[in-house]
Design a protein around this ligand. Structure first.
Ligand code: PRP
Ligand code: URA
Length: 208
């Protein structure tokens, strides 16, 4: 997929290893996830347009920069919540929408239960946050919703992607750049990513 960027600097490689390790406890899992999210946010910033303005230093005027468009972060509940704080530290004036989806364990189809996004998505850059891109069903359903709300400049930030999910995004939303910290091998028979990290929501929130 031409729109796929794998962000794998040495810090990310170390932290993805911590996330994969089944012995990692939820506190260390959340810390590693926060650090990887910083790296994703920094890489994604290369995709954002700047506007220039004049800034007055204590000594003289010089050129300054700001991010041109309003950024809207949209975590997919629950696991996407774990990426919000790092992105907000890098983009403090971002707005935050929420999409509630849960995969049906039998069909693997996403079932929606909550939507709340800011107005004027057509004038914003919308960054969907979800650590896992597995079958791609949840990401595709999220962008279907966001596009109905007029989002036209969208990015997906995830932690681990399966080839199946990347392919589905490429078919359904080919213009959306996908940033991930790892591209894994495949899905297993029940839709989990291999080698993966298990259930991201459960490992983040300790619900096991
Ligand atoms: C996980 C994950 C994604 C989805 C990915 O959420 O956070 O949203 O699965 O799978 P897909 O690409 O096959 O759609 P889950 O449904 O487990 O909900 P949770 O975050 O509430 O645990
Ligand atoms: N959701 C998860 O949390 N993990 C997977 O491996 C696939 C979907």
């Amino acid at each position: 997929m031409k729109n796929l960027t794998v962000v794998d600097n040495p810090f990310v490689k170390r932290d993805v290893t911590i996330l994969r390790d089944k012995e990692t406890n939820p506190a260390d899992f959340r810390s590693a996830l926060n650090r990887v999210s910083y790296s994703l946010a920094i890489e994604i910033s290369n995709h954002l347009e700047l506007s220039e303005f004049e800034v007055q230093t204590p000594l003289e005027k010089t050129k300054g920069y700001k991010i041109k468009k309003q950024i809207v972060l949209v975590p997919v509940l629950r696991a996407g919540l774990s990426m919000v704080s790092s992105f907000l530290e890098m983009i403090p004036d971002a707005k935050v929408g929420h999409i509630g989806l849960q995969r049906d364990e039998k069909t693997l189809e996403p079932v929606d239960y909550y939507y709340k996004t800011p107005k004027n998505l057509d004038e914003s850059v919308t960054i969907l946050l979800d650590p896992m891109l597995a079958t791609g069903g949840s990401a595709v359903a999220s962008f279907n919703y966001l596009k109905k709300r007029d989002a036209n400049n969208c990015i997906l930030a995830c932690l681990i992607a399966a080839p199946e999910g990347v392919e589905k995004m490429g078919k359904e939303h080919p213009e959306v750049p996908v940033y991930t910290a790892a591209l894994d091998r495949q899905l297993n028979s029940v839709g989990y990513i291999l080698p993966g990290l298990g259930d991201a929501g459960d490992r983040t929130f300790g619900t096991f």
